[in-house]
Design a protein around this ligand. Structure first.
Ligand code: GLN
Length: 339
């Protein structure tokens, strides 16, 4: 081979590398994403399985027909279908972002050491799970670990702590979020079980601040109002190494994202996390308000809202819709292509 073709060859190889590097983070075209969203939307629109959560009275009154899906790519493009303006309370999805904030302030090890990073095999508000290992060997996606994480946020007063929490969520969502006061009031009147959990976590030395204050701030964080697009932007921020792809703000350190995603993968859908991972491979988090968000690392964030839940407390339609869309777009990080 003469020198010239070799140089041409190198130039071609370099050009290919450059083209690949410049390609959008998601390998799918906008048309593919829109088609996947539309297909999942219409496939599950009329599904009637599940029921709204009713142990928090205000959640039983939410319109069961709300149904929207959103995908936000790591290059900041937003795709939506269905009802993406109606808001529901974020509920347990908030646990991800409070935990992320604690990791930001104290490092991921603080979470691993204080409440653990293992699945409980129990429902999200299990007291047995606390008793089993004296409040350890669990995770920040179930209530005992989550209320403990809230108690670890730095701040001299409840208001200061709350400002940090709401500010963090708003940065992830890329817009100022606020509390649904009706949901907050309703849960605050009926959260005796969570108060008991907080007291136990205090008794076992995991919560070091006022446990009832931690429980109240946790109740407020669960009442933050979000739509499907907000949740998808929050997920996309995690997919994009902690940098909100819509606002461009680095919301958390990229180095802490793997630990956040690992805890979500382990316990984001509670006792059904294994089934979920088996179907999608995606770290995800659900809330009893009917929202679920999921992260395809480096590619996209995806979220869906539909209030009726299955027995584990996960939205029936949102699980199905997210799984279909992600699988259609090659979102599963455990699905390498053979070389
Ligand atoms: N606020 C709810 C509770 O603590 C959150 C539960 C959930 O979304 N799974 O019970």
């Amino acid at each position: 081979m003469t020198r010239k073709p070799l140089r041409a060859c190198r130039a071609l190889a370099l050009a290919t590398v450059l083209v690949l590097a410049a390609a959008p983070a998601s390998a799918q075209s906008p048309g593919d994403i829109e088609a996947a969203l539309k297909a999942a939307y219409s496939k599950y629109k009329d599904l009637k399985e599940g029921a709204n959560a009713d142990y928090i009275p205000a959640l039983a009154k939410v319109d069961s027909n709300i149904y929207g899906i959103a995908v936000v790519t790591t290059d900041g493009k937003v795709y939506t279908v269905g009802d993406v303006t109606s808001e529901v309370s974020i509920q347990s999805i908030s646990k991800v972002f409070t935990m992320a904030r604690v990791m930001e302030e104290q490092g991921p090890q603080a979470i691993a050491e204080n409440m653990g990073v293992d699945a409980t095999g129990q429902v999200f508000n299990s007291i047995v799970a606390v008793e089993q290992y004296k409040g350890g060997e669990m995770n920040a996606m179930v209530n005992p670990g989550a209320i403990t994480a809230t108690s670890m946020i730095k701040g001299a007063t409840a208001e200061e702590i709350w400002k940090t929490i709401l500010g963090t969520y708003s940065d992830f969502a890329g817009r100022p979020l606020s509390v649904n006061q009706e949901v907050y009031k309703s849960e605050a009147e009926t959260n005796q079980r969570n108060q008991a959990i907080a007291m136990l976590m205090y008794a076992y030395g995991h919560i070091k601040a006022d446990p009832l204050r931690a429980c109240d701030v946790y109740t407020r964080q669960c009442s933050v109002s979000v739509n499907a697009k907000d949740l998808a932007v929050m997920a996309a921020t995690l997919a994009n190494g902690g940098k909100n792809p819509v606002t461009g703000k680095q919301v958390m350190k990229a180095e802490n994202v793997p630990e956040v995603l690992a805890v979500m993968a382990t316990a984001g859908l509670y006792d059904d996390s294994g089934k979920w991972l088996f179907t999608t491979g995606l770290p995800a988090k659900s809330g009893v308000g009917g929202g679920i968000l999921a992260v395809s690392p480096g590619k996209f964030g995806i979220a869906a809202i539909a209030p009726p839940l299955d027995k584990s407390g996960n939205s029936v339609k949102a699980q199905k819709a997210i799984a279909d869309v992600s699988n259609a777009l090659g979102g599963n990080p455990y699905a390498p292509k053979p070389k």
